[in-house]
Design a protein around this ligand. Structure first.
Ligand code: NCD
Length: 364
């Protein structure tokens, strides 16, 4: 069944005018029929959208437990193809999108090394992606330039192949689908404790350049009463733009360098690695960040029902001995990523009601 979208809002605005918009105002341009069509920035998601994606991810996860369910899911988007264009290193995001495509039957293809593409012959990345849109129905992209995925979505909206674009990590700026899987993990972790609302969540490490933190900090503003702690050395502290968002949303937060004090206070600790690929003069290598590592000894200080998260990859921020503690949920985060990305892809193509119907039959 071909979907005829009634609107293509990105077509109606010039790139110059679009760029001037507030992040929160941009969201309306990425939505069709009240559902995300492009997934580009955390600010485009509303609370009902998050609740729906989490519900859908859980339904897909349960349906996929049987062979019949797996085959049903694989039929949903079997007429479509996706391009995974990853111009920056990736293991989990790439593979979980790849696996998510397989779950819903969408055939994935990939360009991961731009030195093997015509970009080496001088083709612009814009022309490369326009080429992808000629062959594929969805573009999932990771790019070092912040805002580039938005530019591509706008550009394609003004061609005869306005295919959806999903941002799988852009520069130091945004990683909206990581934030979705983080929310899904938090929601599942706090399911029997009243949900995410009112919880205390600490971000630790390189908060200045960690795009996952920047996207998640914003999504958490959609959960009343959440208090965020930003624990980092001064030079790696969270950007003022995020703090302004929190102020604007009236959300409580604390800036701290005292990890030891914060550990027993919080319900979730979100560790991150130092993003030294952005160093201009090896500045983070001379920084002693050992006070911002989570060790086995810290487990005794942590609340018995708190969770430890990490977008991964990790270096020394979390001692491997912590992995076997039930509060360490970072490997569950990895798997949750696959389910929520499958949910997002189905939603983009408006095929989610079919999951609901199958799920109802399964549970009735
Ligand atoms: C993160 C990223 O790429 O921003 N990784 C991921 O997608 N899970 C975090 C990181 O690289 O540190």
């Amino acid at each position: 069944m071909a979907i005829m979208y009634k609107e293509n809002p990105l077509k109606s605005v010039s790139w110059e005018d679009f760029q001037k918009l507030d992040l929160s105002a941009k969201g309306a341009y990425f939505v069709r029929e009240q559902k995300p069509y492009h997934a580009l920035i955390a600010q485009q998601f509303t609370r009902p959208m998050l609740d729906r994606l989490c519900e859908l991810a859980t339904r897909i996860r349960r349906i996929a437990k049987t062979r019949g369910g797996t085959l049903f899911l694989q039929d949903l988007l079997s007429e479509k193809r996706a391009m995974l264009y990853f111009a920056q290193p990736s293991t989990r995001t790439f593979l979980s999108f790849y696996a998510a495509c397989q779950i819903v039957g969408l055939l994935p293809a990939e360009v991961r090394d731009t030195s093997t593409s015509s970009e080496l012959k001088g083709e612009s990345p814009e022309d490369s992606v326009r080429t992808f849109s000629s062959y594929f129905d969805l573009i999932i992209m990771r790019h070092p330039v912040g805002g580039f995925a938005e530019r591509i979505a706008w550009l394609l909206s003004n061609t005869d192949r306005p295919v959806p674009v999903i941002n799988a990590g852009s520069g130091k700026d945004q990683h909206p689908t990581q934030a979705l899987l983080d929310v899904y993990t938090l929601q599942r972790s706090f399911e029997r404790r009243g949900g995410i609302e009112g919880k205390k969540i600490a971000f630790v490490g390189d908060l200045a350049r960690g795009r996952t933190v920047r996207s998640l900090a914003w999504l958490l503003t959609l959960y009343p009463g959440v208090k965020q702690y930003f624990v980092a050395p001064d030079s790696l502290q969270i950007g003022p733009d995020i703090l302004q968002f929190l102020d604007h949303a009236g959300m409580p937060y604390e800036i701290s360098q005292d990890f030891e004090r914060v550990i027993p206070e919080v319900d979730a600790i979100y560790m991150t690695r130092i993003q030294d690929e952005w160093d201009t003069a090896h500045e983070s290598q001379v920084l002693d960040t050992s006070h911002f590592h989570f060790t086995k000894a810290h487990l005794t200080k942590l609340k018995s029902d708190a969770v430890i998260m990490h977008p991964l990859p990790r270096r020394k921020e979390i001692e491997a001995a912590v992995d076997s503690d039930p509060r360490a949920v970072y490997w569950r985060q990895v798997r949750n990523g696959m389910w929520i990305r499958a949910a997002l892809i189905l939603t983009v193509f408006q095929r989610d009601p079919e999951v609901d119907r199958y799920y109802q039959d399964l549970t009735s």
